[in-house]
Write a protein that binds this ligand. Structure first.
Ligand SMILES: *[C@@H]1O[C@H](CO)[C@@H](O)[C@H](O)[C@H]1NC(C)=O
Ligand SMILES: *[C@@H]1O[C@H](CO)[C@@H](O)[C@H](O)[C@H]1NC(C)=O
Length: 338
């Protein structure tokens, strides 16, 4: 092999190792005792704090996500704070966003445990700030992204209106998420184009709302200034048939991920709806495609180890902290910093 060839091979190898040509969302779970990234986070809410509520097994904490084509660089909180100095990131969505937000502040706080921090709120926005680095991590609890408004007829979900968007302006990195609440009926009417209906197909409703959201993004986001991510639907594990264990009682007693690289239950249809709309704004929004890696983690949920657990509440929807959202954030860190 000539010197030029060798050089070419070496630089190709370097590119792969650095992950520039690597899809971080394709890979598999490997055991790694250098995880979790933190323990005992003071910011983890009870519903995510499985160890506090007596979860006895710990193996679920020792997994690392290994992308097929590269290594995922490990999260480095100090590096993040230095590179992100003076900037802000906001998680917008439901309690899955809150899970990820709390994971994120746990991860950066554990890097600088002695740095002072402030946690404040402004309306439905929570702000976590480390003044020494002028870094702000925020959360907007907003489950549908479009407006749910009280009108004379009752609660109206307005699929063609986003008034809350003003809270998202001027933030450097936005991470959106919306799916689970489309499965619940919290409205009396759904309104679209001035027409009111009691209910409609939830996938169609989601697609219509996300199309409104995409229109908001086109009108308001300058990609030179703001990085926008939309997170793929976070899966639940209530039905053992989905992982070839039909006798399983929800996610109770699951201590291991599903093994292999194919999830028997397949990719949930809501991700297809999300990706269809996101493809219309692919120049402005990056798909944060964590659905596939999360499907395997039937062991990652609070199950009975949550505040409602002793009264029968089994949670196979949220994720323990430390746990899976730390991996989402490890990927997010690499996408933001690179
Ligand atoms: C934080 O402060 C404690 C007590 O002063 C000290 O022992 C520890 O090393 C400090 N940690 C870091 C990461 O600076
Ligand atoms: C679980 O999934 C299987 C396969 O998709 C389905 O046939 C079954 O009805 C589901 N069970 C429940 C309780 O939803």
């Amino acid at each position: 092999m000539g010197a030029t060839h060798l050089l070419l091979c070496l630089s190709l190898f370097a590119v792969l190792v650095q992950g520039q040509n690597c899809n971080f969302f394709e890979g598999s779970w490997v055991v790694d005792n250098a995880y979790p990234l933190y323990t005992n986070c003071p910011f983890a809410s009870d519903i995510y704090n499985c160890q506090k509520f007596g979860r006895p097994d710990k193996a679920y904490l020792n997994y690392r996500w290994k992308p097929t084509a590269c290594e995922l660089p490990r999260f480095n909180g100090l590096n993040f704070l230095e590179k992100f100095r003076g900037k802000s990131i906001m998680f917008v969505g439901d309690s899955i966003s809150r899970d990820q937000y709390e994971s994120f502040i746990c991860m950066i706080h554990s890097a600088v445990p002695n740095a002072t921090y402030r946690q404040t709120s402004r309306g439905h926005i929570i702000i976590f700030e480390i003044p020494e680095y002028e870094v702000k991590v925020m959360r907007d609890q907003n489950v549908y992204l479009v407006d749910l408004m009280k009108e004379q007829v009752g609660q109206v979900l307005r699929l063609d209106s986003i008034q809350d968007g003003k809270s998202w302006l001027g933030i450097d990195v936005l991470v959106f998420n919306s799916w689970h609440w489309w499965n619940r009926k919290t409205w009396d009417y759904i309104e679209v184009g001035g027409k009111y209906v009691k209910d409609m197909n939830r996938f169609v409703a989601l697609e219509t709302a996300l199309t409104t959201w995409a229109r908001w993004v086109k009108a308001n986001i300058n990609p030179q200034k703001t990085t926008v991510f939309f997170q793929g639907a976070s899966p639940t594990h209530y039905n053992g048939s989905m992982w070839n264990e039909p006798k399983a009682d929800k996610c109770i007693g699951q201590t291991q991920p599903v093994l292999g690289t194919v999830y028997p239950g397949g990719i949930p249809p809501e991700l297809g709806v999300q990706k269809k709309v996101l493809s219309t704004v692919s120049n402005l929004v990056k798909v944060f495609d964590t659905t596939y890696m999360s499907l395997f983690r039937k062991d990652g949920h609070p199950s009975k180890y949550n505040p409602g657990g002793n009264t029968g509440g089994v949670d196979c929807l949220h994720w323990c902290l430390p746990g899976l959202p730390d991996t989402w954030n490890e990927i997010l860190y690499n996408l933001i910093i690179s």
